[in-house]
Design a protein around this ligand. Structure first.
Ligand code: HMG
Length: 446
């Protein structure tokens, strides 16, 4: 069977940074620790005035194609996952292909282009589409370009404002990948939910607290569904578990519930029993609420055990490093969690070839998906090529007043055009104004 997966990836962060503890918290009259410790976030990335979902996606894709020595003819499909689209008909992938055609001598006229929407999980769904296309034998030896790009802005004053972010991840999906092979097994948890949605509006309507519960419920269903096809699991089966990360505090909750689920009926549960007892079983309780109280109590104790904390430090914490500095990138979020993990392995000289990751994606509305990935032998070279650390260092720090201005620039209803860029564009695609039919236009700046 042909191996299919992620051959390479590139990340582009929005070029502005808002420090949440230093700048945002004081302006809200809040304790910086709510952001740093509670949500687990230090900063958010924002797009500069000349950036948007197209420029960020095109910049990541261009770097990827150049680095891999590819031409448009090598790409048979371009799928963009986003929940920040500005056009209800023409997909963002056509805008990005148009940008790339400005810098290549050939075109993408024979590539199938589309746009995927299901909140944050659309990035992973696009990977699935590319995987299925290759496995079906329809790719004629070509690769797929998957780009997850979002400007994750909330309305001013919304509680979600603390978790904003902007950036893009471009991934090359190919046969015999250098980086990661995707498992054919998948688990889903999916239900019609109205916790986070954008009914013909740019900024989401959010029930933040409920969205957290919906995330956990769908993730639990996806895990059970995955186990039904993969067989039972052991926490040490996976080198890292990257989750969709709207903010690291969310992953702290999800990882604990996932761990509790996986260790049930295993020697780990038995070993921990002398310390915290066995997990409560529903049949031992007269009513559901007493059972749930007992489960909560067990979970709180589990969190304090050395065994759990060591697993969390090794398997989850390394997935959060980029997210802490950039916030929620919606469709790109789980993909930067995976990249953070691989970066950590390289920085700590961890041997990863042949090891597996468990990747837990999520999108509001709501659906979770879990699949496994096996690390391939070219992973180190691929991860060494990432420039995300340099990009993060180069970001321009904005004051609170500048944040207010840049939020207005990217507000579709205001589109404030009197704000100059804070950074000088160089070697990148930029937004260059509006065309006669209301289309957004782009140029490459040397
Ligand atoms: P909030 O009301 O601003 O914050 O809303 P909070 O009061 O709940 O505090 C947050 C955490 O900080 C809490 O921790 C506090 O205890 C702690 P927890 O109890 O939950 O563990 N805290 C402190 N810790 C230390 N020192 C302090 C301190 N003060 C407080 N001084 C909320 C938070 C997440 C609800 C809000 O930011 C929000 O609405 N965000 C947007 C929705 C969201 O991100 N939901 C996540 C799940 S849904 C999802 O992931 C999908 C999504 O990506 C969209 C998509 O799929 O397209 C969003």
């Amino acid at each position: 069977m042909v191996t299919v997966g992620i051959d390479a990836l590139e990340i582009h962060t929005g070029k502005l940074a808002l420090d949440l503890g230093e700048t945002f918290a004081p302006a809200q009259g809040e304790d910086p620790d709510k952001y740093r410790k509670g949500l687990g976030l230090y900063a958010s990335s924002f797009p500069d005035a000349h950036e948007d979902i197209v420029t960020m996606g095109a910049n990541a894709a261009y770097r990827l194609l150049k680095r891999k020595g590819l031409e448009p003819a090598d790409i048979g499909r371009i799928d963009v996952a986003t929940e920040s689209a500005f056009d209800n008909s023409k997909p963002v992938s056509t805008y990005i292909a148009g940008c790339l055609e400005q810098v290549f001598d050939s075109n993408f006229h024979h590539a199938n282009k589309g746009e995927r929407k299901f909140a944050c999980i659309a990035g992973t769904q696009s990977l699935d589409d590319a995987y299925n296309w290759i496995r079906a034998g329809r790719n004629r030896g070509r690769s797929a370009l998957v780009i997850a790009t979002d400007t994750a802005l909330y309305a001013r004053g919304d509680a979600g404002e603390a978790t904003q972010g902007a950036g893009a991840v471009a991934m090359l999906i190919s046969e015999d990948p250098s980086l990661l092979e995707l498992s054919p097994e998948q688990g889903f948890g999916s239900a019609d939910e109205t916790d986070f949605l954008k009914p013909n509006q740019q900024f989401p309507s959010v029930d933040g607290k409920r969205s957290v519960q919906v995330y956990l419920a769908r993730m639990r269903e996806a895990l059970s569904d995955f186990e039904s096809v993969s067989g039972s699991m052991h926490p040490d089966d996976f080198a890292y578990v990257p989750f969709h990360t709207p903010f690291p505090g969310m992953v702290r909750k999800a990882a604990l519930l996932g761990y509790r689920h996986i260790i049930r009926e295993t020697p780990i549960e038995a070993e921990l029993a002398s310390e915290i007892g066995r997990q409560p079983r529903p049949e031992a309780f007269d009513d559901e609420s007493t059972y749930l109280d007992a489960v909560r109590e067990y979970t709180d104790e589990l969190k304090t055990t050395d065994r759990y904390q060591q697993w969390y430090e090794a398997t989850i914490e390394p997935t959060l490093s980029i997210s802490r500095s950039v916030g929620n990138w919606y469709t790109g979020s789980v993909h930067i969690a995976r990249a953070s993990a691989l970066k950590h392995a390289r920085e700590t000289d961890r041997q990863l070839t042949g090891k597996r990751l468990l990747v837990a994606s999520y999108g509001s509305g709501a659906q979770a998906e879990i699949h496994a990935e096996t690390v391939q032998s070219g992973w180190q070279e691929e991860i060494e090529s990432l420039t995300i650390d340099e990009q993060l260092d180069m970001r321009h720090d904005i004051s609170f007043e500048e944040y207010e201005r840049i939020h207005d620039v990217h507000n579709h209803d205001l589109s404030a055009s009197d704000v100059d860029s804070f950074t000088e564009p160089a070697d990148e695609f930029i937004f260059d104004g509006w065309g006669e039919m209301g289309e957004r236009q782009y140029t490459y700046v040397e």
